[in-house]
Design a protein around this ligand. Structure first.
Ligand code: GLC
Length: 705
């Protein structure tokens, strides 16, 4: 930040009264009885409108530039004319809703995510929103947790790539540009370790695992210049993240040099009392402020108690001052002092732009994962009568997924309509809304398109499930249709991996479409009929059954690894030991071969090149996500059996080959040791170039240190 800008906020701080300072730390979600005088006296630093869209379910009245300008005017009428920053959960789109973040991660295309975030920033900022509570960067290994939908899956490398791309997209190179918004890396940190996948439960994780699995996406966000972070609800290792000085100050600021501000999650400061680490609100406020939480999201405990705690000498004013400076710094960077108002004309031209819809369709295309395609049933060809049925047949807003408070169902092309628009004239669509009608019509159909899955209400905050099977009745419906011997294309809409061990064998082809967003219907239709080819890969492991969870690819080998000859290697006596589908898995409409794996050296000193020849040996164009995995055979700590260290999306025409090259660096061999040190250790390493985390071409090299 320039010296002038820093001087400006220091001089502003010097003029502020204690009430005005505490006001900056106070974020309010104004209900009907909101007292505007709080704005006129500088007692509020930020507003956000969350009513109606709590925990990501449902919709709430969108803000408008006019409303926000009016509220901003009230705040600027205060003595020091400090602007408000308006926040909102703009998680994967504003009016143009993109696929859920887990689906976006399935594209393995950070560049696309960056473009989508930029389009989202343009829309949200047009209504006066200049701060989004996104990206959500929680690594998730338990799909029972509703919030897996909001994140980028189980892998720290993919998560870090997506984190940096999303921050760049939201914030751009100049955060003061009126069409950019401040990003918020959340929920810092370890929220995905909630026991049993039950939201708000505590989690335990070792420091090495915290640093090597859960922190990397947040560090990537900070390195990308993220303006804010949000502290998590979770009690992590006995210290709630919102009161965790080690996380919020020692690591975030001491090690990473983060100079933006931290906002608590919804009332998470006040919840320190329920956690049992604070006796009362004043104690909770002091713990959070000291830990490094600068702004209090709606609990108002900073507002109510900090002045009294200061008067009693229970905390130093310097902690208040540094929090105020951080908030002023981000407001300054966002250009709010120079441009506190939004041009109301923008709403007419910046929402639902055609190019944004096209981007949403492309993103949905690249997020859809082909899990099975027996006898190349897909893309559908020569089907005279296609029966389309299932609970998602008439889906509209259900395609959005969780956390879409500003989405509108009427903006969506319903699934049945989207299919009609993209089905070849030679194929007649028959729609059946009931199971008995579907069974009757199936007899006269050439193939069945069955649209199953879970409603977004099972996703998002506290959208946890104890059973990963399809909702009741759906599996039975599939089984009944399968009895009829017609080819079945099964399409699954979901915000998480579902346990489909019984369903996959009953279908001839399976597409996993997640919750694909506003253009999901068209994207699905294009893939079904071959206008586009599927290219998504799984960003999270798919278990066979709920009881297999947690299961993830970058696990430790154990002393009795699955696959060895010993009798004692089963993990369950009643289940195969491997997942249904591994991390990184996905099919295309063509086939790719991997040949000629070469290393630039058999020894890595600072770096080495890994290359392989990829060939499209099928008859259709296709995109492959070529993945680079590493395994450290011997370490001072046990090491994961595989770790993703690179990926490249490669599109090839039939018969075309391309040499794909990765550079593996010494830093990528490093890990956090039990003494907290971080580094690579000499020894032998395995390396794969692969289509997924369970296969690929293998080589080995030695690191000499
Ligand atoms: C919620 C969520 C958080 C969201 C915030 C504001 O409880 O945990 O992700 O940004 O509150 O709605």
């Amino acid at each position: 930040m320039s010296q002038d800008a820093e001087l400006f906020i220091q001089q502003l701080l010097a003029q502020m009264t204690l009430q005005e300072k505490i006001g900056q730390l106070h974020q309010v979600s104004p209900g009907g009885d909101f007292d505007l005088n709080l704005l006129r006296t500088g007692q509020v630093g930020s507003l956000f409108n969350a009513d109606g869209a709590l925990t990501g379910q449902g919709f709430s009245k969108s803000s408008s530039a006019e409303q926000i300008n009016h509220l901003q005017q009230q705040a600027l009428s205060a003595r020091l004319h400090i602007p408000l920053i308006f926040g909102r959960d703009v998680i994967h789109g504003f009016r143009t809703i993109f696929p859920i973040p887990l689906a976006q991660a399935a594209s393995f295309n950070p560049e696309l995510a960056e473009q989508a975030a930029a389009a989202t920033a343009r829309e949200a900022s047009a209504t006066g929103i200049r701060w989004t509570f996104a990206p959500m960067l929680d690594i998730a290994r338990d799909p029972r947790w509703g919030r897996v939908a909001e994140g980028n899956g189980e892998d720290p490398y993919l998560g870090a790539q997506m984190a940096a791309a999303l921050v760049r997209g939201y914030q751009g190179d100049d955060l003061s540009a009126p069409d950019r918004i401040v990003a918020c890396a959340k929920h810092y940190v370890g929220y995905g370790t909630a026991e049993g996948g039950r939201d708000y439960e505590g989690g335990e994780v070792s420091e090495p695992t915290l640093r090597d699995v859960y922190l990397p996406p947040f560090q990537a966000a900070v390195q990308a210049g993220v303006g804010t972070l949000m502290s998590a609800f979770i009690d992590l290792n006995g210290i709630p993240a919102t009161a965790n000085h080690h996380l919020l100050t020692e690591i975030l600021r001491g090690e990473w040099g983060f100079d933006g501000f931290v906002v608590s999650d919804w009332e998470s400061i006040k919840e320190l009392i329920a956690h049992g680490v604070a006796e009362d609100e004043a104690h909770a406020a002091r713990l959070a402020l000291h830990a490094g939480v600068d702004m209090d999201m709606v609990s108002a405990v900073y507002h109510r108690t900090l002045a009294d705690s200061l008067a009693k000498g229970l905390l130093p004013i310097e902690e208040v001052d540094q929090a105020v400076l951080r908030i002023l710094r981000i407001k300054q960077r966002a250009g709010l002092f120079d441009q506190p108002f939004t041009d109301p004309q923008r709403e007419k031209q910046d929402l639902l732009r055609p190019e944004a819809r096209q981007l949403a369709r492309e993103f949905a295309r690249q997020s859809i994962v082909l899990l099975k395609n027996q006898a190349n049933l897909l893309p559908l060809q020569g089907i005279r009568r296609l029966l389309v049925t299932g609970p998602f047949l008439r889906a509209r807003a259900e395609l959005f997924g969780t956390w879409t408070p500003d989405g509108r169902g009427e903006d969506v092309t319903p699934l049945d309509e989207g299919l009609r628009q993209h089905t070849p004239r030679t194929t007649e669509l028959w729609f059946a809304d009931s199971t008995d009608m579907a069974l009757h019509m199936a007899h006269h159909s050439d193939a069945i398109l069955l649209l199953l899955g879970e409603h977004p209400v099972r996703s998002g905050e506290n959208g946890n499930v104890s059973d990963l099977r399809l909702p009741p009745g759906q599996s039975e419906f599939l089984a009944a249709l399968a009895e009829l011997g017609k080819p079945i294309v099964l399409v699954i809409f979901a915000g998480r991996p579902l346990a489909l061990e019984k369903e996959i064998p009953l279908a001839n082809a399976v597409l996993y479409t997640w919750h694909p967003g506003i253009e999901g219907a068209a994207a699905l239709a294009e893939i079904l009929f071959g206008e586009a080819a599927p290219s998504g890969r799984l960003p999270i492991t798919f278990p066979r059954r709920t009881g297999q969870v947690p299961i993830y690819y970058n696990h430790k080998n154990s002393g009795r690894p699955v696959g060895s000859s010993d009798l004692f290697i089963t993990r369950y006596s009643d289940l195969l030991p491997r997942p249904l589908f591994p991390f990184g898995y996905g099919l295309t409409y063509t086939q790719f071969s991997y040949n000629d794996l070469r290393l630039s050296s058999s020894t890595l000193r600072k770096q080495l090149q890994v290359q392989c020849t990829l060939t499209n040996c099928g008859t259709r164009p296709g995109s492959e996500v070529v993945q680079l995995y590493l395994h450290d055979r011997v370490g001072s700590l046990t090491r994961p059996v595989r770790e993703l260290k690179g990926f490249q999306r490669v599109t090839l025409q039939p018969g075309e080959s391309q040499i794909v090259t990765f550079t593996l660096t010494e830093e990528q061999l490093a890990f956090t040791r039990s003494d907290g040190s971080h580094g690579a250790e000499p020894g032998w390493f395995d390396v794969w170039v692969a289509p997924d985390s369970s296969s690929g071409l293998h080589a080995e090299f030695r690191y000499e240190g």
